[in-house]
Design a protein around this ligand. Structure first.
Ligand SMILES: Cc1cc2nc3c(=O)[nH]c(=O)nc-3n(C[C@H](O)[C@H](O)[C@H](O)COP(=O)(O)O)c2cc1C
Length: 219
């Protein structure tokens, strides 16, 4: 199949790419199930590491948590506990090796924020969606998930929905209780997550460096 290559298409595509940004605060209102399904379909169309996972139809799975539901509450609590454990781990590490403090400080601050306020996007957005990708050889599931999430993000942008990554999700991949919630076996999939809903307020897009300055053309 070829796509219509006219200027309008090009401009719309550029507009969607430029409009994509992180949303961290959401309205309570639920987007329609159709909108969420469209976003998941966009994710399913993203590339996957065919050579790594082989001939397996089940290479990508989605788990949709709805705010107010029991599963969202359980996921939020388990993730909060994980952030607390992570923070304590880094605190011990910095006590033993103070020279590492500068390097880990920003991440510790992020964990502290989660411990104080809960996981942004899990219980604070209408939907929390987990993408699970089959772990293959080589184990490139997080790369595949990133492609999937970007497709979902662009589709959400087109639908005027806010989207935020919840990367703490990937840390839950070894957590027995969390995996029980998803009903997937330990070690089979890599996971990551995102929050979706209507943005509570619009933020200006984060500036980017000049691409020309960041590019080296080689002979
Ligand atoms: C690998 C990766 C993980 C990220 N994890 C989080 C996250 O857990 N929480 C969050 O609020 N933003 C997260 N972000 C979003 C970035 O902070 C954001 O993309 C960056 O600040 C640029 O802003 P923009 O998305 O609005 O262009 C993540 C981004 C990437 C690429």
């Amino acid at each position: 199949m070829t796509i219509n290559n006219d200027n309008d298409c090009n401009e719309i595509f550029d507009e969607i790419i430029k409009s994509r940004h992180t949303t961290r605060f959401f309205k309570d209102e639920f987007p329609s199930k159709e909108n969420i399904e469209d976003i998941l379909n966009a994710g399913m169309l993203a590339p996957y590491a065919a050579q790594a996972v082989g001939d397996n139809e089940d290479f990508r799975r989605f788990f949709v948590f709805k705010n107010g539901g029991k599963s969202m509450e359980i996921a939020g609590n388990l993730m909060h506990k994980k952030a607390e454990e992570g923070l304590n781990h880094f605190k011990r590490m910095v006590t033993e090796k103070p020279f590492l403090k500068g390097k880990v400080q920003p991440f510790m601050e992020k964990l502290q924020m989660i411990v104080d306020n809960g996981v942004l996007g899990v219980g604070t957005a209408p939907y929390f969606v987990i993408v699970a990708e089959l772990r293959g050889v080589p184990p490139v599931e997080q790369e595949s998930i990133a492609h999937c999430l970007e497709n979902m993000w662009l589709k959400a942008t087109e639908l005027d929905l806010g989207f935020g990554l919840v990367s703490l999700t990937s840390q839950m991949v070894e957590d027995e209780e969390f995996l029980k919630l998803l009903d997937i076996p330990k070690g089979k999939y890599g996971i990551n997550g995102c929050a979706i809903g209507y943005p509570a307020k619009q933020f200006p897009n984060t500036p980017r460096p000049n691409t020309k300055k960041s590019t080296t053309w080689l002979n």
